[in-house]
Design a protein around this ligand. Structure first.
Ligand code: PMP
Length: 440
């Protein structure tokens, strides 16, 4: 089957994609914010509420045990999805944001003193800035950031004519007070894929753990936390065809053992007395209260759905869409695309396009996100007018105000892709932008 026929078949799994808005066929290009859900996820969740529903871990009765089995099967499914070594290392959270808050809070409480430093990057989502700033306010830690180049790469990974890309430059920022590094795997604004393996290697030379924010990587390519050797990895179900309200924190067992609980309540305790309370074993120590056990089952189905298509196919298709989108956008006068340029996008065969640069590493490719502005047209105006044409893009600062400050802009228009998007949709986007541009 031709790829486009295959994608058209895939689209049938997502009924929302065939709806209209303002009488126009929906073109959904806001996948970095959240993806649509396939029927198998929706059906499984409805079925669980209809036929199984009972609180998990607590009941001896049949339904409770069945719900618990589904919930714990999800943990095993997630473990396999990111190739974690043990299910004890998989903590369910509400999403990436809660996962990062958990680490920031528990890590700072137990491992950091006033004046100790966390290093993030200039391209982080607020979810990987503000939790650390809260700790700075509470505990006097210091939040430092790695700068980026004008084309939206970490300085430590910039490809110059003189130097090969390297994570070593990060050493300049590490001091004896650096206690943790927390970095986005993929920027939600620029699509930059950061060289996290190199950063982790460098950090580990200094005994520093690394948290990787995988919100924008887990949906797009295979993540192997053991090969990456990260200490923590956070991601959200709703950005990878799963339900809202469920996310994952992976943590190496040694680290999770060392960290104190994040929240208190039922499920996370071993024994409670007025004198002393002891906590459950991993991962339950970090899972206070009733978990969203229906959402975890939905996440299982989302992972099975991704597996049924395969990341080889997903990645090749999304890279092709990214390349095609950038090529087409660049034909529009006064187009400014932010982040790594076309030369860093893989061609359909998985190779980088000719770059004219030396050894541009695969680790710095651009992922399925394209942010842009056209001339002086305000991003909000562009987004609003595209919306009237049925095209859903995101506008604004994308929860990354420090990055906007670095780029000297108030916001961008962002098109972001998922496995069900098509080149025809990009043609509609490009035609829409041309039409809007003519109005100004
Ligand atoms: N980090 C990145 C890079 C993101 O793109 C997002 C979501 N836009 C988040 C963190 C936060 O994810 P969530 O809102 O699902 O917790």
């Amino acid at each position: 089957m031709e790829l486009c026929d295959y994608i058209n078949k895939v689209r049938e799994d997502f009924p929302i994609l065939s709806r209209e808005v303002y009488g126009k066929p929906l073109v959904y290009l806001d996948n970095a914010a959240t993806t649509q859900k396939p029927l198998c996820v929706l059906d499984a969740m409805r079925d669980e509420y209809l036929n199984v529903n009972a609180n998990v871990h607590r009941g001896v009765h049949y339904l409770s045990q069945q719900a618990t089995d589904l919930h714990e099967a999800a943990r095993e499914k997630v473990r396999g999805f990111i190739n974690a070594g043990k299910i004890e290392e998989i903590v369910f959270t509400r999403g990436t944001t809660e996962a990062i808050n958990l680490v920031a809070s528990s890590f700072c409480e137990s491992q950091m003193q006033p004046g100790d430093e966390v290093i993030v990057t200039e391209m982080e989502h607020h979810s990987n800035i503000v939790p650390w700033q809260l700790q700075a306010m509470k505990r006097g830690i210091v939040v430092k950031h790695l700068p980026i180049t004008d084309d939206g790469r970490l300085v430590c990974s910039s490809t110059s004519e003189a130097a090969e890309p390297s994570g070593d430059d990060i050493e300049t920022y590490i001091t004896e007070r650096t206690k943790i590094i927390s970095v986005a795997h993929v920027s939600n604004v620029l699509g930059t894929v950061n060289p996290v393996e190199e950063i982790i290697k460098t950090a580990h030379k200094h005994g520093i753990p690394v948290l990787v924010d995988g919100a924008q990587s887990a949906p797009h390519f295979k993540v192997d936390v053991q090969a990456m050797d990260c200490d923590f990895f956070a991601f959200s179900g709703h950005k990878m065809y799963g339900p809202t309200g469920i996310g994952v924190l992976y943590g190496k067992e040694d680290w999770l053992e060392k960290l104190p609980p994040y929240q208190g309540g039922g499920e996370m305790i071993d024994k409670v007395t007025w004198e002393k309370t002891t906590f459950e074993r991993l991962p339950f120590k970090f899972e206070a209260g009733t978990p969203d056990y229906v959402a975890t089952h939905g996440l299982t189905k989302a992972i099975e759905y991704i597996d049924s298509i395969g990341f080889d196919m997903i990645q090749a298709h999304e890279q092709e869409l990214t390349r095609y989108c950038m090529e087409q956008l660049m034909t529009i006068p006064d187009m400014h695309i932010y982040g790594p340029q076309l030369s860093t996008v893989r061609s359909a065969k998985g190779r980088l396009l000719p770059t004219g640069r030396k050894n541009c590493q695969l680790s710095t490719v651009k992922d399925a996100v394209v942010s842009f502005n056209v001339g002086n047209i305000h991003h909000l105006d562009m987004g609003t007018l595209l919306d009237r044409l049925g095209i859903a893009v995101r506008t604004g600062q994308h929860c990354a105000q420090p990055l906007m400050d670095r780029l000297g802009i108030s916001g961008t228009v962002r098109a972001s892709f998922a496995l069900y998007n098509t080149k025809q949709e990009i043609d509609i986007l490009v035609a829409g932008i041309r039409r809007v541009a003519q109005m100004f």
